[in-house]
Write a protein that binds this ligand. Structure first.
Ligand code: TRP
Length: 360
């Protein structure tokens, strides 16, 4: 069996560090592992419209921003097909057929949907399109016969929903769809990078993000104003490392080489934490250290993004040709789905022969 990746993001804003550690980094690793036969990365504009239907410009503008972010982090159009969801009408068609296989109460029980309903104030009246998006996500995944879906943990209920649809479809109509598997980051911290304010998640609406496209000064400002330990007032005070965002980020991003380069007084993070706990280590030192590390990580991404943005027709062409390739692939799936569902009347002579035979 072929090994195929499909994943994607809603184009509702530029991508940030949370996206990077939670998913983008892993996608690039998987892409470069050479283990996969095909890789599809989808810009989920149709899904973004399910809760931004009244703001189409936002979605349209962010399609190109997300494409730039993808290319800047190292998604390689020679190895991966980047495409725009709404252009693939087969996805809408598949969604329509899968809707028969899912109950309303099952959708309402989906933990991610439940949470998002609350966040968006949809409790009183939920747009059908929004409630339906897990089904459309199953269409995205199965249209490309994806075996592997690299996502953040918040997406696990979506993959579970997809697996149920695949199971149900295959048992009713015969083995047609490929069963996908989710792939999530190994470490808890990568799964949910907190925001710079210490809130549980980095998120655009909370305004606590460091964007992949932020310039040097912006990154520095955000790091220098990060939440630490509110009781660590004077340098001499003992400090808490737990719940201290600077240390959380250092846990994710600091490597031993970084100590060598920027903070040679310490061998590693354990030594630094030890000193902070004991007292006598100021927040400015640890923030400057983290700033250096993040600048090193983000500089090449930002520079690549800037040079791509000067050549924006190239990015447009990547999207356009990727979308064409994706469409061809999805078309193969819709054909086999329609055949399995016995609605492929004009695909060959089978239906004609049947009726001729019947009315002989
Ligand atoms: N729901 C995903 C998100 O909010 C985006 C998405 C749409 C997706 N379709 C997908 C992710 C299919 C993986 C597979 O980020």
């Amino acid at each position: 069996m072929q090994k195929i990746i499909l994943t994607g993001d809603r184009p509702t804003g530029r991508l940030h560090l949370g996206h990077y550690v939670g998913s983008l980094k892993r996608r690039v690793e998987l892409q470069n592992s050479g283990e996969f036969d095909k890789i599809y990365i989808m810009i989920a504009d149709a899904q973004a419209l399910t809760d931004n239907f009244d703001n189409p410009s936002k979605v349209r503008n962010n399609v190109i921003e997300v494409a730039l972010d993808y290319l800047a982090v190292g998604i390689d159009p020679k190895k991966a097909t980047i495409f725009v969801q709404s252009e693939i009408s087969e996805l809408t068609e598949l969604t329509f057929y899968y809707m028969n296989l899912v109950t309303l109460s099952r959708l309402q029980r989906n933990p991610t949907v439940k949470n998002e309903i609350k966040l968006r104030g949809f409790e009183k009246s939920i747009p059908v399109g929004f409630l339906n998006y897990p089904i459309s996500q199953a269409a995205d995944i199965t249209a490309f016969n994806a075996t592997c879906v690299p996502v953040g943990v918040d997406q696990l209920p979506m993959i579970e929903q997809t697996r149920e649809i695949v199971h149900s479809f295959n048992s009713i109509y015969g083995n047609t769809l490929t069963m996908p598997e989710a792939e999530v980051p190994k470490s808890d911290l990568e799964q949910r990078l907190p925001g710079t304010d210490g809130k549980a998640k980095m998120s655009k609406s909370l305004g606590n993000c460091i964007y992949l496209s932020d310039d040097e000064d912006t990154i520095k400002k955000k790091v220098m104003s990060m939440y630490t330990d509110p009781n660590h007032i004077r340098v001499e005070d003992p400090g808490n490392v737990e719940g201290n965002v600077v240390f959380t980020y250092l846990d994710v991003f600091a490597k031993d080489e970084d100590f060598n380069k920027y903070l040679p007084e310490y061998k590693n993070l354990d030594e630094l934490k030890e000193h902070y706990r004991r007292g006598g280590l100021g927040d400015v030192v640890i923030k400057k250290f983290l700033n250096n590390i993040l600048q090193d990580l983000l500089r090449p991404i930002r520079e690549k993004r800037e040079s791509l943005s000067k050549n924006i027709t190239y990015v447009y062409d990547v999207l356009k040709s990727g979308t064409k390739m994706a469409q061809e692939e999805a078309n193969k799936t819709i054909k086999s789905v329609k055949k399995a569902m016995k609605i492929d009347y004009f695909a060959d002579d089978e239906f004609l022969n049947e009726i001729v035979d019947k009315y002989k």
